[in-house]
Ligand binder design. Structure first.
Ligand code: ATP
Length: 248
């Protein structure tokens, strides 16, 4: 079997006085489409920040593509869309194409010239999220869901192997959540992107994902979507510490 793209072993983390993650062990294999579920404050964003190398765990080990996270030199292999990236107001002076192209700075450096094919790359990235007709539109004039897609295109322009999304369905109308997941599933299946997304809402877990991890300081469950579906409501609520609605 090939090596996991992400491997966390016994990772613990605390902010000053708050213990947030305890002994987290988690493997993500190439091609996985993983949803990390957990209530507010359960440590989901913190876990992502550790994977992105933005926070250093107090103990434990994190490996990316078989290399230690501390010395990992290919950050461009990991595309990230943060929680509040789709919060532009309508006057923000940038076109969709400009926003997507700005995703190349990670690869080429902040003050280098854009490559000649940047326009083509932006077009391709926008096409893969179904937004090719919006390139000259002002980013602030798009809906929350459309902005979210543009930010995914911005992450995709540097051709990452893994896409990490923090609560991507927040701000998307209920009717459009399924087509958003369909778009992600296409990236997963047709472009072989490994996808990790965080959500605190059990309702939003779609039938398009392959794996689920339930986090509340520790990992309470990690396995295939089908195994997750066989967990009882009571068991799930015990982990969460409050009532949850589980919809298949
Ligand atoms: N910079 C920080 N300094 C101190 N405490 C923090 C900091 N960031 C987060 N925390 C605390 O760490 C805990 C976990 O936060 P985190 O943002 O990882 O949770 P989350 O599961 O992503 O929550 P949500 O679903 O609300 O986004 C919370 O108790 C939070 O208050």
């Amino acid at each position: 079997m090939s090596q996991p793209l992400i491997e966390m072993k016994n990772v613990s983390f605390q902010y000053e006085y708050t213990q947030v993650l305890k002994n987290i062990s988690l493997k993500v294999e190439e091609g996985d489409f993983l949803a990390i579920l957990g209530p507010n404050g359960s440590g989901k964003s913190t876990l992502l920040k550790i994977l992105l190398g933005l926070l250093k765990p107090m103990s434990g080990e994190v490996k990316l593509f078989g290399q230690s996270n501390e010395t990992f030199a290919h950050r461009e292999w990991i595309g990230y869309v943060s929680q509040k990236s789709n919060a532009f107001n309508s006057g923000f002076p940038a076109t969709v194409e400009e926003v997507v192209k700005s995703g190349l700075t990670k690869k080429i450096g902040l003050f280098k010239r854009m490559p000649k094919d940047a326009k083509i790359l932006a077009k391709e990235a926008l096409a893969s999220v179904g937004m090719e007709d919006f390139s000259s539109r002002n980013i602030g004039q798009l809906s929350g869901g459309q902005q979210q897609r543009v930010f995914i295109a911005r992450a995709l322009i540097s051709n990452p192997k893994i896409l990490i999304l923090d609560e991507p369905t927040v701000g998307i109308d209920h009717e459009n959540v399924q087509s958003f997941y369909d778009m992600l599933a296409k990236l997963n299946e047709e472009q072989n992107k490994t996808i990790i997304l965080v959500t605190h809402d059990v309702d939003t877990v779609s039938n398009r994902i392959s794996h689920v991890a339930c986090l509340n300081q520790t990992i309470h469950f990690h396995g295939f979507k089908e195994e997750f579906e066989s967990i009882s409501q009571t068991e799930l609520e015990n982990w969460y510490g409050h009532a949850v609605r589980k919809i298949h």
